[in-house]
Write a protein that binds this ligand. Structure first.
Ligand code: ZN
Length: 110
């Protein structure tokens, strides 16, 4: 996740609204040239302090995840190495995010 106001895209994307488990929905964005799914914005986290979920496979430099969410829905052949960061559904942000990240979120929300 990155904050919306720290995020920009070079190039053109198209988007579509998709359903989510929360019922609030999300907007998914795709490269208009190759169709790759690049990022999404969950409607539940838009607006002030809004956050973008970037598809990490699209990044030039790999990152390691802090959490795997909705693991209950993953295909059985997917083997997640670090089981300590797996959540059947969504995590509790206050228990999962670092103090620094929570502080930044609080600043962005004000
Ligand atoms: Zn592309």
């Amino acid at each position: 996740m990155v904050f919306e106001d720290d995020f920009s895209v070079d190039g053109n994307v198209s988007s579509t609204e998709l359903p989510t488990g929360s019922g609030k929905g999300m907007r998914a964005y795709f490269c208009v040239i190759c169709g790759v799914y690049v990022y999404c914005q969950y409607n539940i986290s838009s607006g002030k302090g809004g956050r973008i979920a970037v598809r990490t496979a699209t990044l030039e430099n790999p990152v390691t995840p802090d959490a795997h969410i909705f693991v209950k829905d993953k295909d059985p052949w997917i083997d997640i190495v670090n089981k300590n960061i797996c959540y059947d559904e969504m995590y509790d942000r206050d228990k999962t995010w670092s103090k620094e990240s929570l502080k930044r979120l609080k600043e962005k929300m004000n």
